[in-house]
Structure formats: structure tokens, C-alpha cells
Write a protein that binds this ligand. Structure first.
Ligand SMILES: Cc1ncc(COP(=O)(O)O)c(C=O)c1O
Length: 445
């Protein structure tokens, strides 16, 4: 790979030519992983190859998006068949058979009564749509969200994002109040068991409703497992307990399943199922297209149909994305990938939990094929984003791609494709353990 030298703060920085060109024309806030960022040029199964010919097992899957891995014949052939017909786009002015078929499947899988589906291109647009449905139905701009949440990058989605690291603006079309639910380490809750924490969170919701809200809110939007937030999660059942209170006020529950849908949490097809409740609306994106751009919202038909004006998404639900997404859903169901996520998730998490004994590790958690390790300063216990970045480098050296996140950037995040094999699960788990141990030892040396 061609290298270039550039002056940086008095020293000379060496970077690849592509990295240099990226810096020149892409926004500075578009973060790249690794000191020497990687260009992935091909993929097969659950492995990718970079421009230098190195192959990696992928435990982050394009941020949980390559849900079936790479070059999946069923998806590729479905897309190729659609392209061969000569129709990549028609617009929603015409009937699109594959769109109706996918909507029927998702409506059925959602468990939402009389559900209807609207397709978008991204999770952000999906959440915008859900927020529009809820605020219109309820006639208020007041929305509840969870602290440490991430829901996307538009004004409405940023407004319900409770993670300062991703909040570029306070300008908002919504009036938002934030609830507890994933902050067990907050001084007010430390040491509490699930039942006590749940009771306190519900009491806080009642308090917010009794003090800070005019009338009643439109909805609560919540991720069953917070993705960008660092795979932080409410105790199972909390969102059901919240819904009970919301129901008393006529407020709706929107589950953001952009990261947690399609069986990834193992114990449930939708993340919200772990709470034992069906939401009024549910949003999805990422894994559904296995890399093809598709998102959407499935909601109670009465909410969906209540919007008074026209609406469409030009590219949302286009025939190519629909071909891919139908193939993905069929694959997930035909191969029972939810059960695989449950089984393999336990195997990986079981191995990772031992890391919690290391001084550089604050906590280890996971659900299905979502795993997180919090890296902390071994001396102070404070979040250590630099150590998390070092683990990414060490994992790369061991042939494994992982991600990071969390409010303070110190959380290792792993979410391999749902098609992971048992051997790959062990290989990735062992590489993570090895990388974290190496970084911990160096941090204490
Ligand atoms: C839970 C959640 N909601 C919404 C979004 C936004 O999706 P998109 O980037 O497709 O707009 C994301 C993206 O990471 C997400 O994790």
C-alpha cells in the first residue's frame, strides 16, 4: 500500500495514501478504527480480506449489518435475479410485489395486531417515522427516551439520543425527557438487584409524568439493548413495567430494534420480547438487508393510517433492497438463526466473563450474539478509551475485527454475524481474551 508522510504537530506522521485522501475530503467526525485504518476489499462467509491481503474473522459485521456474513449465495442470487429483470427502481406509485411480501412477513413476525409496515433507507428514517406516528396520534411533541440511547443522526433522532458523544445539536422538533434504565452504575442505584432497580426506575417514570410533562407524552422510544451506548441494557421486564405506566397515560411504546432485531439477542426474535411486551411500533434497519440499504417501521395499523398527508420514501423499499431483505428474513427463519445466536452467544459470553477479574476490565456483559467488555484504568477504575483502542489493535494482530463504543468510548463491542459457526465462535472468543489480557498486562507493567 502506498504510504505518504505528512507533518503532524511537529512530528512526521506516516499514513497510507488512501487514508491521506480520506482525511482531505471526508468529515473529521467520521471516525476510522485503528492507527492504520483498514480497507476491506473482499469477504466470504464470516471473514473479510483487506487491501494488503490479510484475512480477519469479523466480530463486528459492518456494525451488525452483515448479519449473515459475506457473499451469501441466497442473497446474492435474489439481488442478481432482480437486477437481471432490468428494474432497480419503480417508485411506490406502482405495486411492488416483493415489498408487499416482506411487509406481510414483518407484520406477522412483529406480533403487533393489525400491523402495517413502511420501508425506509435507514434506521434514522425509521425512527423519524415512528416518532411522527406517535406524536401525530397523541397530539403532542413530548417524548420519553432513555439516557445513553442512540437513535440516529437527523434532528428528531438526535433529539431522542441520550448520548452526548453523538449529540451534535440541541435543536429539536421534540420535547424530550430522559428516563433511567441502563445506568446501574449511577451512584443512586449502585448495588441494587434487578427488582429494586426496576422499582426505582418505574417510580422515576411516574415522577417525570407527575412533574415535568404537560398532559401526557406521545411515547417512549427505547433500544432493548443499547447499541452505540455500549450494549448496555435494562433488566428484562423493565420496558414492560414502563409500558404498564405508559398505558395508564395513553402513551405509546416504540422499540428501536435497529441492532437487536431478527433473533440477535438469542432469547427472543425482537429485543423487546425479552421484556415480555409487544410495542405499539417497532423500527428496524441494519441487518435486514445484509448490507443493502433498507430500514422501516412496523406499527399498529391505526397509527400508521392516521397520518393525514401524503408520504413516501423515494428509495425506501426499492426492488433490489426488497429482494435482498426477503432473502435475509427467509434465511434467518429457515436456519433458525435465533437459536444459533442463543447457543453460540452463551459459549462466547461464558468464556469472556473470566476477563472481569482483570484490573483493566470494569465489566463484561452480553445477550445472544452481542458482547461488551468495559475497559478501565487499572489504577483508578475510570473508563479507559485508549485501552479499548489498544485492544482493537491487538485483536487485529490476532486476525479478528471487533468494535468499540459506549458513552466514553471505552467499551469493546462484539456482534458477529448470526451465521457464526461453533469453531468461529471459539476462535473469536479466544482472540478477544488473548487481546484483552495482553493489553491488561501492558497497562499494569
Ligand atoms: C439503535 C439504533 N437506532 C438507529 C440507528 C440509526 O440507523 P442508521 O445509521 O441506519 O440511520 C442506529 C445506528 O447505529 C442504531 O444503532
Amino acid at each position: 500500500m502506498a504510504l505518504v508522510e505528512r507533518p503532524a504537530g511537529g512530528e512526521t506522521e506516516v499514513m497510507s495514501e488512501l487514508h491521506e485522501r480520506h482525511r482531505a475530503v471526508m468529515p473529521s467526525w467520521l471516525a476510522l478504527n485503528y492507527d492504520d485504518p483498514m480497507e476491506i476489499v473482499s469477504g466470504k462467509g464470516n471473514r473479510v480480506t483487506d487491501a494488503e491481503g490479510n484475512t480477519y474473522l469479523d466480530f463486528f459485521a459492518g456494525i451488525l449489518t452483515n448479519m449473515l456474513g459475506y457473499d451469501v449465495a441466497e442473497v446474492r442470487e435474489a439481488v442478481e435475479r432482480q437486477i437481471a429483470r432490468g428494474v432497480v427502481h419503480t417508485s411506490t406509485l406502482y405495486l411492488i410485489r416483493s415489498q408487499v411480501e416482506l411487509a406481510e412477513k414483518i407484520a406477522r413476525l412483529s406480533g403487533i395486531p393489525d400491523a402495517k409496515v413502511f420501508f425506509t433507507n435507514s434506521g434514522t428514517e425509521a425512527n423519524e417515522t415512528a416518532l411522527l406516528l406517535a406524536t401525530h396520534a397523541r397530539g403532542t411533541d413530548q417524548v420519553l427516551a432513555l439516557r445513553n440511547s442512540y437513535h440516529g443522526r437527523s434532528f428528531g433522532a438526535v433529539a431522542v439520543t441520550g448520548n452526548r458523544a453523538w449529540k451534535n445539536s440541541s435543536l429539536s422538533p421534540l420535547n424530550v425527557h430522559y428516563l433511567h434504565g441502563t445506568d446501574r452504575d449511577h451512584p443512586a442505584f449502585r448495588g441494587m438487584d434487578d427488582a429494586a432497580y426496576t422499582a426505582d426506575c418505574v417510580a422515576d417514570l411516574k415522577d417525570v409524568l407527575a412533574t415535568a410533562v404537560a398532559g401526557s407524552p406521545a411515547c417512549l422510544i427505547a433500544e432493548p439493548v443499547q447499541g452505540v451506548g455500549g450494549f448496555t441494557m435494562a433488566p428484562d421486564g423493565l420496558l414492560a413495567a414502563y409500558k404498564e405506566v405508559l398505558d395508564e397515560h395513553g402513551a405509546l411504546l416504540v422499540s428501536d430494534e435497529v441492532q437487536t432485531g431478527w433473533g440477535r439477542t438469542g432469547s427472543s426474535f425482537w429485543g423487546i420480547g425479552n421484556h415480555g411486551v409487544v410495542p405499539d411500533a417497532l423500527t428496524f434497519a441494519k441487518g435486514l438487508g445484509n448490507g443493502f440499504a433498507v430500514g422501516g417501521v412496523v406499527a399498529r395499523g391505526d397509527l400508521m393510517d392516521a397520518l393525514p398527508a401524503n408520504g413516501l420514501s423515494t428509495f425506501g423499499g426499492n426492488p433490489v433492497a426488497m429482494a435482498a431483505a426477503n432473502a435475509v428474513v427467509d434465511y434467518v427463519l429457515d436456519h433458525d438463526l435465533q437459536s444459533a445466536a442463543d447457543r453460540l452467544g452463551r459459549a462466547v459470553l461464558g468464556g469472556l466473563t473470566g476477563l472481569a477479574e482483570l484490573p483493566s476490565v470494569g465489566a463484561v456483559r452480553g445477550k445472544g450474539l452481542m458482547f461488551a467488555v468495559d475497559m478501565v484504568d487499572p489504577a483508578t477504575g475510570e473508563p479507559a478509551p485508549a485501552l479499548a483502542a489498544r485492544v482493537l489493535e491487538e485483536a487485529r494482530r490476532r486476525g479478528l475485527l471487533i468494535g468499540k463504543g459506549g458513552l466514553r468510548g471505552n467499551v469493546l463491542r462484539m456482534a458477529p454475524p448470526l451465521t457464526l459457526s461453533e469453531d468461529e465462535a471459539h476462535e473469536g472468543r479466544d482472540a478477544v481474551i488473548d487481546a484483552v489480557r495482553a493489553v491488561d498486562a501492558a497497562a499494569r507493567a
